[in-house]
Design a protein around this ligand. Structure first.
Ligand code: FMN
Length: 201
């Protein structure tokens, strides 16, 4: 199913067409495909080029035990559909800079950037991706021996678009809902907080 964004101004088709479905084709992804996704993430920008992102990679058909382990950490509402996604990866943020052990206030920001880069790479390859905050970070920490100083941030499901026929009706119907965004006037700031920039006049 396609669900292009209804844009007010022209944007890259790749960005316009990316969305977060619940319907996935369970067919495993090739090793080359999975590695291209993480290669894209690797080349994201980051504060001081720290590259604070780490990923626990659960790739069905490659590391089935890891895939199951990531699935087990998800809340039931996410498990309902993510159980059909062949790639489940957990993004983790290193909380301090390697260079001086000082707190990295932008670690989560940078993991988000890397994951967005991964998601756009996936979209460019005809894949779909869906990020999730609905997982148990403590369970993930224990299952994958994630040390202190590293924070589990979000799980991302990736795969080919699916029919959704394996999903229950309520879950499947989520893909039929509208996509919405706040207007630019609510997001952009001009002279002072709460006032829009002149270019929106
Ligand atoms: C950090 C983050 C956490 C999210 N957590 C969940 C989640 O737990 N379950 C879910 O179904 N979707 C989750 N989403 C997906 C968002 O709901 C979705 O991106 C948003 O509704 C916009 O839809 P779109 O991606 O199709 O444009 C999450 C997205 C992000 C970026």
């Amino acid at each position: 199913m396609d669900k292009p964004a209804s844009v007010d101004h022209p944007i890259l088709p790749l960005i316009q067409n990316r969305w977060s479905p619940v319907a996935f084709d369970p067919e495993p992804l090739s090793r080359e495909t999975v590695l291209s996704l993480f290669e894209a993430a690797r080349w994201a920008a980051s504060c001081f080029n720290e590259q604070p992102w780490r990923y626990v990679v659960g790739a069905k058909g490659h590391d089935d035990g890891v895939w199951q382990g990531v699935l087990d950490t998800l809340v039931p509402a996410n498990q309902a559909w993510a159980q059909h996604a062949p790639l489940l990866c957990l993004g983790v943020a290193r909380q301090t800079f390697t260079r001086n052990d000082k707190p990295n206030r932008h670690a989560g920001y940078d993991v988000g950037q890397a994951t967005t880069t991964l998601v756009l790479q996936a979209a460019s390859m005809g894949l779909v991706a869906h990020q999730m905050a609905g997982f148990d970070p403590a369970a993930a920490r224990e299952r994958f021996a994630i040390p202190e100083g590293f924070e589990p941030m979000a799980v991302t499901a990736v795969g080919r678009p699916g029919s959704g026929e394996a999903l229950d009706e309520k879950t499947r119907s989520r893909d039929e809902g509208p996509r919405g965004r706040r207007p630019l006037g609510e997001l952009l700031v001009g002279e002072a907080w709460g006032t829009p920039p002149g270019l929106l006049a």
